[in-house]
Design a protein around this ligand. Sequence first.
Ligand SMILES: *Cc1c(COP(=O)(O)O)cnc(C)c1O
Length: 395
Amino acid sequence: MTLYKDQSEFIPYGKQNITEDDISAVVKVLNSPFLTQGKEVPNFEREISREVNSSFSVAVNSATSALHISCMSLGLTNGDILWTSPITFVASANCGRFCNAEVDFIDIDLSTGLISIPLLREKLVLAKLKNRLPKILVLVHLTGSSCNMEEISKLSKEYNFSIIEDASHALGGSYKNNPVGCCQFSDITVFSFHPVKIITTGEGGIATTNNPDLFKRMTQFRSHGIVRDKDEFQFLTNVPWGYEQQTLGFNYRMNDLQAALGLSQLKRLKKIVRERNKLAMYYKENLPEDKVSLLRVPDEVICSYHLAVIRLKDSTASKHEHLFKFLRKNKIGVQLHYLPVHLHPYFREMGFKEGDYPNAEIYAKSAISLPLYPGLETIQQEYVVKKVTEGLEKI
Ligand SMILES: *Cc1c(COP(=O)(O)O)cnc(C)c1O
């Protein structure tokens, strides 16, 4: 067995994968007449829609922006309520706040890290009695594992709420043999192209949908609320310089350098997801299963494995912290995904407190994301397994 010797090299939990082809694709745009609002963005949108089997895509400058225009296009406003999971990146909740809506959370299932369907059902029954039903539910496909869309979609019809899939982790994953992003059971799906995610555009995101009205509204909100289609004009007649601002929007556009990088990366999506699955399986097979386990992936799901999250069995806050420190000291860039959203100061100020979502809090005291990215070498994984095993014996 070759031992991983170069232990001076820090192993991050995730990083981008850039090839010569990616670089050429970006350089080509740099040498072209259009750095933005050229052909690359529509091309990227078309290819993403083809990949995930959606009718429409709206590319933007981040998944956070995509979540914002998704909420806006669904009409979320002051007085409305948005629900999401406490185990997510803060943007899944903040998009509600951007629209002045109230935010609330549904606790997770500890084995998968995904929102708990029984707890969702329970909360909906209570919310109906109090006339406090959510307008939007933002589902988080943690690590790239799809939530149980069919069950949640049934509930959305019964209780009349919209569904946004925050699939920032889940490009290339599938649910019941359909790609995440096809929106079979949701209104809109959002992906992130931040460098640590499945594919990257530097910064960037996209929203997919099958609903032409949502598509039209999101396109408008992405670019100042401006309309360029002459058939849609409300006041201008057929003049050559015409565009109309019909509502208030933002500049959330993706540029053509980003889209060209995304297009080039997208060609490797299947290969990337296969490699991520292989790397995750190595951890599953080689870590001591009496002490740690990878998050469970539901049977009907193919996980894209943005993250390799292990959970310590019999964990305590102090054991968790000790193992973290031990691994960091050994230059392994472990992370916690995530500190429960309701425990951030901004959300505590709204009245959320420790104890509100017990499973999320147990999760946060036992979960560790191990290094996982294309190009991670077997000897590096052997080293990680060795150090985790060693660390577990110390705590
Ligand atoms: C990364 C991430 C986001 C935000 O993505 P950006 O593109 O950085 O705005 C939102 N939600 C989840 C679950 C994420 O992991």
